[in-house]
Design a binder for this molecule. Structure first.
Ligand SMILES: [Zn+2]
Length: 255
């Protein structure tokens, strides 16, 4: 265990032990005070579900709040209230993060337009794990997240290959790493339309083929990023995963 991971674990555990007096780690209200526009990226983290609900959602919220509090590189507001995706409220944010969302979230036409306009006008979008198992009936969302979930044939230890160690969202974690995950496959391989940052080492799960696991793309004047990992709480506690998400926030918040 690295020193950084030990420090984060301590933060998360302390937060969990006294959630009523520690807003950053509360499972229901995770809000950091937004910084001035143009300074620290302000992230709206949405964990609403209309389909499968991952047990890792509380850990995901605690970890992202702890990362924001410890590194001060971004602020985060976590919510399951889809009204937060209105155009007026989005003006308070630089990045919208769909973390472990699922199903046909009941977004109205105005909210859908607001999210597309938000990103295409120069802001950021981040999708994590089942963000690709979300909003299948909204094609613009499919373009934003990159493609849709197809199946999860391998829930086991597997090796992940880092394709671009120079990208902020995949740098500093070596050229490959191994972890226990629920590895996704997708309806279409997005390679060619996006920049693939991570792919599954197919041989490590006894398979063959090309299985991208994280990618980045431009979306109008904005930037979009997706990472298929994050099924288990342990993945969110993993400093290599945290480094990718923090880098993705920095990257998607840039113009
Ligand atoms: Zn999952």
């Amino acid at each position: 265990m690295t020193r950084a991971r030990s420090a984060l674990l301590a933060i998360v555990l302390v937060g969990g032990a006294c959630s009523s007096s520690s807003p950053p780690a509360s499972p229901t209200a995770v809000t950091q005070p937004p910084g001035p526009a143009g300074a620290t990226p302000r992230v709206l983290m949405v964990t609403a579900t209309a389909g499968f609900r991952h047990d890792s959602i509380p850990t995901a919220r605690q970890v992202m709040a702890a990362l924001a509090a410890s590194g001060r590189e971004f602020s985060i507001t976590a919510t399951e209230d889809l009204a937060a995706l209105g155009a007026d409220n989005l003006r308070s944010y630089d990045v919208v993060m769909f973390a472990l969302t699922s199903g046909e979230l009941p977004l109205g036409a105005a909210q859908k337009s607001a999210l597309v306009d938000f990103v295409s006008s120069g802001h950021g979008f981040i999708g994590v794990h089942s963000a690709t198992d979300t909003l299948y009936e909204w094609p613009d969302y499919g373009r934003l997240v990159g493609t849709y979930f197809k199946d999860h044939p391998w829930t086991q230890q597997g090796s992940v290959v880092v394709e671009d160690a120079s990208h902020p969202a995949s740098g500093g974690i070596g050229d490959r790493f191994s972890l226990l995950e629920e590895f996704y496959t997708f309806q279409e391989n997005p390679r060619g339309r996006v920049q693939v940052l991570l792919r599954l080492d197919a041989a490590s799960v006894g398979a063959t083929g090309d299985y991208p696991l994280a990618w980045a793309q431009s979306f109008g004047a904005g930037r979009a990023y997706y990472n298929a990992l994050g099924h288990f709480p342990a993945t969110w506690m993993d400093p290599r995963f945290q480094r990718q998400l923090a880098g993705a926030i920095t990257w998607t918040a840039s113009r």
